[in-house]
Design a protein around this ligand. Structure first.
Ligand code: NAD
Length: 280
């Protein structure tokens, strides 16, 4: 039976450590989250982020904008926040409505306030092995989970299923920078089960419930499930067939309670780091 990697516990520890640090400071870090439209999943994520930011003692503000907002007005909103010296971190909740160019919006955020680590300057610095202002929260959380569980990365074969800009790609850079051999798979990859079965560390970031099966897993592999798939009955399922895979893997993250809470913890960690950088 695999060892359960409990992101929820580590996340609580990180948030508590941040809270202690903030407690002793006169000024508090300020995180602003922009949400556009009424996507129900986005609303849940945003309210969790706000709640946890407040738990940590941050000032936290959510700016809710109409689905119909145009590109120019959204960019103006970001420019205002860029100039506001009381705002340390800006996050635009994705996805944005189809008529908005999300990349152009992210590029408008000052890299020094880009708490999500998605600005091309931050992604670019990560890709060439330089320290970004902020590291993308979900991949950063995955690295913290591996480190906390003393899972060796150097020399290991890491297979990532999914090449998105928020998970798969930045995670591939983080693992490469730690000397893993990294294979990134995607929807056009051939022989996926065969490639997955070579992984010492297998990361699933696909968005298809129970996509990764037990016979894709190498004995004792470390399996990280990024997927969050809400079923019709309201239940959350990951991208990994947990019940079967946990019998074969060495380590596994649960859904919920695995990678998800770490994403929020790393968001707060990034906000605190940016706050400190801006107040040197
Ligand atoms: P995305 O839709 O942007 O990317 C999905 C990736 O999966 C793509 O690269 C695509 O090529 C690949 N893919 C799709 N079908 C495939 C197939 N049949 N075979 C192989 N690859 C395939 O998704 P994303 O934003 O990276 O999110 C992935 C999942 O992770 C979703 O369930 C999302 O909700 C979840 N997520 C969770 C967190 C968290 O904090 N836990 C954060 C971000 C995303």
């Amino acid at each position: 039976m695999a060892v359960l990697i409990k992101g929820k516990d580590l996340s609580a520890k990180i948030v508590e450590k941040i809270r202690q640090e903030v407690l002793n400071q006169e000024r508090k870090p300020t995180l602003v989250v922009i949400i556009v439209g009424n996507n129900p999943a986005s609303r849940i994520y945003v309210s969790k982020k706000k709640h946890t930011a407040e738990l940590a003692g941050f000032n936290s503000r959510v700016i809710e904008l109409e689905e119909s907002i145009n590109q120019e007005d959204l960019e103006k909103q970001i420019e205002i926040l860029n100039l506001d010296t009381n705002v340390n971190g800006i996050l635009v909740q994705l996805p944005l409505p189809k008529h908005i160019n999300a990349y152009a919006i992210i590029e408008k955020i000052l890299p020094q306030k880009d708490v999500d680590g998605l600005h091309p300057v931050n992604i670019g610095r990560l890709a060439i092995g330089l320290k970004p202002y902020a590291i993308s929260c979900t991949p950063y959380g995955i690295i913290k989970l591996l480190e906390e569980n003393n899972i060796e990365i150097e020399g290991k074969h890491a297979v990532i299923i999914g090449r998105s800009n928020i998970v798969g790609k930045p995670l591939s850079y983080l693992l490469l920078n730690r000397n893993a051999t990294v294979t990134v798979c995607h929807s056009k990859t051939k022989n996926l089960p065969e490639i997955a079965s070579q992984a010492d560390i297998l990361v699933a970031a696909v968005g298809i419930p129970k996509f990764v099966k037990a016979d894709w897993i190498k004995e004792e592999a470390v399996v990280i499930d990024v997927g969050i798939n809400r079923m019709e009955d309201g239940k959350l399922l990951g991208d990994v067939d947990f019940e079967e895979v946990e019998k074969k893997a060495g380590y596994i993250t649960p859904v919920p309670g695995g990678v998800g809470p770490m994403t929020i913890a790393m968001l707060l960690s990034n906000t605190l780091e940016l706050f400190k950088l801006q107040n040197l």
